[in-house]
Design a protein around this ligand. Structure first.
Ligand SMILES: *Cc1c(COP(=O)(O)O)cnc(C)c1O
Length: 222
């Protein structure tokens, strides 16, 4: 992707975030844009870094470990967020590599992450992923299990920053975003990781603090 394309797409997404924030009476600075670079190689990522983007998201530990150490060597200030499901046996690697983890969804993972953080002496902020549409094929903790999981995470000293969701496809997402916002508020959490390429503006009007945008920045994935 030529650099102009990357900076143009980035500017468009940033403008859309500002517009949505304004509608909601929010400061656009309170929204972190995570550029989800999964399945795109370093070649495709570099133009976005050159355009000024510093926060990136990946959904697989292995893929991130292959791409990012080298990219990070040439640019300081990169923050890497894990937005995909995490296996407990990869918790140590995830804690070493990522600056935030958006997919904490079960007690065994809470335990594994807490141990990994103790060992690494590093505690990246975590989001509890909620299966907001109650879909069997999706990751995330059931809404009914949320209070229990959050209590376990807090007891294990995980730095819980907020909640994350991926609403069901092909339905109006706003009610799901609103439900996640309510659940986060009820549990005293400020962070809301919600909104992807198709719906991040809606998510921002409903309070998203982190939007995870891939396609709108990088084009379609192979
Ligand atoms: C791939 C992915 C995204 C980005 O999706 P786009 O529709 O390409 O913007 C966001 N969140 C998660 C969890 C993802 O896996």
């Amino acid at each position: 992707m030529p650099i102009d394309d990357a900076s143009q797409r980035l500017a468009e997404v940033q403008t859309a975030i500002r517009r949505a924030a304004k509608i909601a009476g929010r400061n656009a600075e309170s929204v972190t844009l995570i550029a989800v670079s999964k399945m795109h190689d370093a070649e495709a990522i570099r133009p976005l870094i050159a355009a000024g983007q510093r926060v990136f998201g990946e959904n697989r530990v292995q893929e991130a470990a292959a791409k990012w150490p080298e990219l990070r060597e040439t640019t300081s200030g990169i923050a890497l967020h894990l937005v995909g499901q995490l296996q407990s046996n990869k918790a140590e690697e995830a804690v070493a590599l990522f600056d935030a983890i958006h997919s904490v969804d079960r007690p065994s993972l809470v335990t594994a992450l807490a141990q990994a953080m103790d060992k690494a002496g590093k505690r990246p902020p975590c989001f509890i992923q909620v299966n907001i549409g109650d879909e069997p094929q999706k990751g995330g903790c059931a809404v009914e299990a949320l209070s229990g999981l959050l209590a376990e995470a807090r007891a294990a000293d995980l730095p819980v920053a907020g909640m994350m969701c991926v609403p069901p496809a092909d339905i109006e997402p706003a009610p799901y975003f609103a439900l996640l916002a309510k659940l986060a508020r009820d549990h005293g959490l400020a962070g809301l990781s919600m909104g992807m390429s198709g719906d991040y503006e809606t998510a921002v009007t409903i309070g998203a603090t982190h939007v995870r945008v891939g396609t709108a920045l990088f084009g379609t994935r192979a």
